[in-house]
Ligand binder design. Structure first.
Ligand code: FE2
Length: 325
């Protein structure tokens, strides 16, 4: 079976193909603004421009007749870019008479993470720009046991990078700056298995304004926020008694974070896994792969609209339908 997947929840438009649960194509393009932050309308324009180019690339030497279904990233995401992927999927479905499958974006990160690491039923630390959650898939569907109570950890890094006027205001550029930094004490705010980043962001910006070295504050901001999620994750590990930890999402590409979580996992005596960067970034391949997994549900829910605040727990309805056959 062959599924074509489309990703467009935020800054990246992506298309991928999954064939019998193997990724055979993955083409993505990220919108990178030169000065301003991520403006929804501009992301949508970028995605609309790149969709036909990526479609041509992945369909080179392939035929739409061989494709069984079109999967699209249904949410959560930003309305304007999300709607481009939705209409692209709908266009292809009508044009080539295919079934459409809506895919929850965090669930796709989880499933491609399991596939690429070989972990089964792990405790999941999912960290990206807009989402920061600790969750697992159990008998009754998906359960979020801890999460940010305000902004996502990626947004924390991007907002700080923008405030200190970095040329490329992105977490990956901040991580490079942090390499030359020394530790300074910053606010640390964990509440059980949840965490709060707002105070940490305000204090970090304030310290740079008061003359502290950007490198030192960047390093300390990353160390502090990673320590916070690790503390919450360790608590969740003992509560859920999972035997492994999967790290996934855009921020999972950070090597320091990978090191911290792997040390924690080793000390707790559980396995640790993180997928390759190409699947932790937003990408079409994971949507195609997860769409293939969900294909067996004929009409589980109304798949025909994007959901900007689609929570992973809502996948429960889909998964319970599958169990009943
Ligand atoms: Fe993502």
């Amino acid at each position: 079976m062959i599924v074509l997947g489309i990703e467009s929840t935020a800054h990246t438009i992506g298309m991928g193909i999954s064939s019998n649960k193997n990724i055979i194509a993955n083409e993505n393009h990220m919108y990178k603004p030169k000065k301003e932050g991520l403006i929804p309308r501009k992301m949508a324009d970028h995605h609309a421009e790149w969709f036909p180019l990526l479609f041509k690339r992945i369909m080179k030497n392939r035929n739409m007749e061989d494709v069984d279904a079109i999967a699209f990233s249904q949410g959560p995401g930003i309305g304007s870019p999300l709607s481009i992927g939705y209409f692209a999927a709908r266009y292809l479905a009508i044009r080539y008479k295919k079934q459409v499958i809506g895919v929850n974006h965090p669930y796709a990160h989880l499933k491609i993470g399991e596939q690429s690491t070989g972990l089964r039923n792990p405790l999941v630390l999912y960290l990206s720009g807009g989402n920061s959650q600790i969750l697992f898939e159990g008998k009754n569907g998906l359960q979020v046991v801890g999460e940010t109570l305000d902004i996502g950890i990626g947004n924390l890094f991007d907002s700080f990078a923008r405030e200190i006027k970095m040329k490329y205001a992105h977490g990956s550029a901040l991580a490079e700056l942090a390499e030359e930094g020394k530790y300074i004490k910053l606010p640390y705010n964990v509440k059980g298995m949840n965490f709060v980043f707002g105070g940490l962001l305000t204090k970090s910006i304030d310290m740079v304004k008061k003359g502290k070295r950007k490198q030192d504050v960047a390093f300390s901001l990353m160390e502090t926020s990673f320590s916070m999620v690790c503390e919450a994750l360790e608590r969740a590990l003992y509560l859920t008694k999972r035997k492994s930890i999967l790290l996934c999402g855009g921020v999972a590409q950070n090597k320091r974070l990978q090191e911290m979580v792997s040390v924690m996992a080793e000390e707790a005596g559980v396995k640790f896994g993180v997928g390759p960067d190409e699947y932790n970034k937003d990408n079409g391949a994971m949507i195609a792969y997860t769409g293939e997994l969900l294909y067996k549900y004929k009409k589980p829910v109304d798949f025909w609209k994007p959901l900007t605040d689609y929570r992973i727990e809502d996948m429960r309805k889909v998964l319970l339908k599958k169990r009943k056959g």
